[in-house]
Design a binder for this molecule. Sequence first.
Ligand code: ZN
Length: 204
Amino acid sequence: MVSTLFPEYVRIPEKIEVKPIELEASKTALIIVDMQNAFVHERGRLFVPESRKTIEPIRKLLERARSKNVTVVYTQDWHQKDDPEFNIWGEHAVAGTWEAEVIDELKPLDKDVLIKKLRYDGFYGTYLDDVLRMKKIEYTIITGTVANICVLHTAGSAAIRGYRVIVPVDCISALSDFDYFSTLRQISFLYKGILTTHEKITFL
Ligand code: ZN
């Protein structure tokens, strides 16, 4: 008999609320995690269907961020052919391929910061922390996919480095509700992140 580890009564133990927030534009970075063809295009090998719903909110937030000169950072999963991560997920987002490109709807501009990463965490083995420190960033708005994987690892890594983490809940996506809501719980409880929506963010 197969026993299940998660009993049916498991619930997220707190009310999760979204709040409006005002952020100083010059001290804020908008980080768009892995909105690449591999995850967001239906032909991507690790397609996350819910990610499609986040394109428009991210695009609107991005537009407002750009108009206020907020630093814009994209992370891209960028794997070598024999990456050990493929033992878990299968081959995806191989460096230089169509899958590794950011989706057309959210195309980066030349002045944006592009971070190519090997692991879930956008800071691990990359110059993301250097870039943010040079620009004197204090607030990181973290969007993208997959919520409980690269978004959560990057959010945790930002918080550990002393950045305030802000997550618009309509700008992240996961493969299941459990993954999505447990991510929100971890961000608010563990990393003292601020949960909001794309419309509730004001850049000063
Ligand atoms: Zn990957």
